[in-house]
Every structure is written in structure tokens, then in C-alpha cells.
Write a protein that binds this ligand. Structure first.
Ligand SMILES: O=C(O)CCC(=O)C(=O)O
Ligand SMILES: [Fe+2]
Length: 352
């Protein structure tokens, strides 16, 4: 997959604007500082967002923790440019399919099992494992040196994003009647889990510019296939449009406009299970950025907070009826299975 010749200028201000005419998902903005302060109005907004779309903007400009995450995400975005321009052989030497799980490099060309149009996706990922970065993997991925040399930056971002994920879970636990320490104990930083930083790349394509309102679904190029996130809480930083969330009532794909200084935060399947289905794991995907933005290469920086691999995904709310044994998925197996559905050829775990 050749890279676009249009280099991203590097500063968000220099990018063409997101077209205001497009239907945007009605996602609330919530201040991280207000959540840290446990302000009741912010907690209520969080709850409302989580039981409706399962998505919200997290205003990170409001506190040191948030500003530090924004700075690290900006640095990781810059690192992504050379990391995705490495020769294909170098990237493939750390391919997910060669590794034990979904960590490592994902190239373009996957076809999701359930895509009726059998489109090949155009997106690339570097999935950098928390356990590898923290030096607690038995079998770490041999990432290219450009990524390994940046482990201190990854670690800084991970620790902060993990902390924010735990805060979101603690606040939701309060509403759900789940003892907060029960969720925290299933998402320990030191636990073996699918947590990782994902750097994503989608090639710019000037021919896609302004096609977003006329192209059919079959003509829509997929950067990242429609999916729900597999874990508990996701924090996402992006600079160009392209992210879309499915409106649950109408089935229409609505755009999510990047807002400077804000993370996009969403819940995944594991949180849906823990909450007994009371919160949403919203379906989303990434397509070419809209309008003149389509010509630019698109990068995003994501952190996934997931339950530890051996945690059973089950309803933790008071009075929940335990699932029959045959329907009890551990987080590790759930992540592997969902990853295969999205077209990733990953090996079975030794303990599976
Ligand atoms: O790149 C984005 O904006 C979203 C990425 C995403 O949804 C994912 O990697 O799970
Ligand atoms: Fe996602």
C-alpha cells in the first residue's frame, strides 16, 4: 500500500477544517477535572453519555493530568509518521500474525468476516502492549527500535490513560451498585492483559475529497472496520475526521469531529457485560476524512483499558444471575475471537 505523497503538516491548526454541514453524533463534552472532583453534574453527564451512545468527549485542557496526556498523544502522533514509513519487511517482521496475540503490526488488506462487500481495509496499526512496555511480558514483541526507544513516552501515556480509565470505571461502578474496588481489581496495571497503545495510520487520498455525501456503502473505503471495542474503556486522540459512530435508533453513521484538547472516550464490550447491559458499547468505524481533509494521511493514538486476560466477562451488578458455564468468556478469549472476526490471523494461545 503506497503512502500518500501529501505529508501531514504536523500542527492541527494547519489542517483543512472539518465540514460543518455533516451530521455529527451528539456527543457530550465532559471535563476531566470535574470528574476528578466528583462534581455531581459531571458524573450525571458521564452516566447519561454511557447509557446512551457510550461515547463522550473528555476535556483534557482542564487539568495537568489531561494536558500531560494531550502532550504525550501529540508526541506519539509525531512518532507514528516514521513508524508507519518503515519498510514493509521491517513492519511485517513484527506482524500480529507472527505473534502470540494481537500485539505488533497490522498491515492493510484485512477483510472482516461479516462484510457483505468484501472490502479490503486500508488502515495500519502498531499495537504496543502495556505489558511489553512495563517489562512484564514473558514473550515480548520485538518492535522496531524506533518504537522501543520511545517506551518512556509510551509508559507515561499509558499510566495516565489507565488512571483515567479507572476513574471512569469507579464513577460508573457507583451508579451500578458495583463495589468500585471490584472493577479496579480486574484492571490492575501489573496484571497480564490486552491493554495497549494503538497507533493508527490511514493513507490520505485526494480522490476521496468531498465524496462523503455521494459515495455508496459499497464504494466507501474502510480504514478501520465497524466494531465495538473489546475492553472496558478506550481513550482516543485523533486530529482529522473519519471516525463515525452508528446511531443506534436509525442505523445511520454519524461523524465525530475531533476537538483540540479533548480525548474521545468510549466504553467497550467488557464494560457492557460488567454493567449487565446497562451501558453502551457503541459501534464505530473509520473511513476517509471528510471534505478537503481526505487528502491528508490520518493518524490516531488510542489506549485500551481491558480486563486482565483471565477475568470472566459477567454481570457484576447486584442480584445478577450467573451465566451458564458454556457462555462464560474470559477477556483474553473474547479479545482473540473478536480480533479474528475483524480479519486478523492471530495464533491460538497456548492456554486456550
Ligand atoms: O482512529 C480512530 O479515530 C478510531 C480508532 C478505533 O476505533 C480503534 O482503533 O479501535
Ligand atoms: Fe475502536
Amino acid at each position: 500500500m503506497p503512502h500518500s505523497t501529501v505529508a501531514r503538516p504536523g500542527t492541527p491548526e494547519m489542517l483543512p477544517p472539518f465540514p460543518d454541514s455533516l451530521p455529527q453524533a451528539p456527543i457530550q463534552r465532559i471535563s476531566l477535572q470535574h470528574l476528578i472532583d466528583r462534581e455531581p453534574a459531571a458524573e450525571k453527564d458521564l452516566w447519561d453519555a454511557c447509557i446512551s451512545h457510550g461515547f463522550f468527549y473528555l476535556d483534557c485542557a482542564s487539568c495537568d493530568l489531561g494536558r500531560s496526556m494531550v502532550r504525550a498523544a501529540d508526541e506519539l502522533e509525531k512518532l507514528s509518521h516514521p513508524a508507519f514509513r518503515l519498510p514493509t519487511e521491517v513492519k511485517q517482521s513484527a506482524a500480529m500474525s507472527k505473534m502470540r496475540t494481537l500485539f505488533g503490526y497490522k498491515g492493510p488488506g484485512n477483510v472482516a468476516r461479516d462484510d457483505p462487500h468484501k472490502r479490503r481495509d486500508v488502515g495500519e496499526f502498531w499495537n504496543v502492549s502495556k505489558d511489553d512496555v512495563l517489562g512484564q511480558s514473558e514473550n515480548p514483541v520485538l518492535y522496531p527500535s524506533i518504537l522501543q526507544e520511545a517506551y518512556p513516552l509510551f509508559e507515561d501515556f499509558m499510566r495516565n490513560a489507565h488512571g483515567v480509565g479507572l476513574l471512569v470505571m469507579e464513577l460508573l461502578a457507583g451508579r451500578l451498585g458495583i463495589p468500585p474496588e471490584q472493577l479496579a481489581s480486574k484492571h490492575k496495571l501489573q496484571g497480564k492483559s490486552g491493554d495497549h497503545v494503538r497507533l493508527t495510520f490511514g493513507p490520505g487520498d485526494p480522490e476521496e475529497a468531498k465524496m462523503e455525501t455521494t459515495r455508496t456503502e459499497a464504494e466507501t473505503k474502510i480504514t478501520t472496520y465497524a466494531h465495538t471495542d473489546f475492553g472496558s474503556v478506550t481513550l482516543l486522540f485523533n486530529w482529522l475526521g473519519g471516525l463515525q459512530v452508528e446511531n443506534r435508533a436509525s442505523g445511520v453513521w454519524e461523524w465525530v469531529k475531533p476537538v483540540p484538547g479533548h480525548a474521545i472516550c468510549n466504553l467497550g464490550d467488557a464494560m457492557y457485560e460488567f454493567a449487565g447491559g446497562k451501558v453502551s458499547s457503541g459501534k464505530h468505524r473509520v473511513v476517509a476524512a471528510p471534505g478537503a481533509q481526505a487528502a491528508y494521511d490520518r493518524y490516531s493514538v488510542v489506549y485500551f483499558v481491558r480486563p486482565e486476560d483471565d477475568v470472566v466477562l459477567e454481570d457484576l451488578t447486584p442480584g445478577a444471575v450467573p451465566k451458564p458455564e458454556a457462555q462464560r468468556w474470559t477477556a483474553g478469549k473474547w479479545i482473540d475471537e473478536r480480533s479474528r472476526q475483524l480479519g486478523n490471523a492471530i495464533k491460538k494461545r497456548a492456554d486456550a
